[in-house]
Design a protein. Structure first.
Length: 63
């Protein structure tokens, strides 16, 4: 079984939180946001990698 702990676990947690914030601020549909969030939550490392490659991008912010 693969386990991350200590410093690397903390880094992974921070990246997963960043991914979740980015997912929910994207312009994707609600269903897509939920599916991406579940993938990142249940498969933290693999979900993060898949999201980074193929996930919804954040919507541009108006200045």
């Amino acid at each position: 079984m693969f386990e991350l702990s200590g410093f690397f676990g903390l880094i992974l947690l921070a990246l997963d939180i960043w991914a979740l914030i980015s997912i929910f601020s994207s312009s994707a549909s609600t269903g897509a946001k939920i599916l991406w969030a579940l993938l990142v939550i249940f498969l933290p490392l693999l979900g993060l990698i898949i999201w980074f490659i193929a996930g919804p991008k954040s919507s541009p912010r108006a200045v």
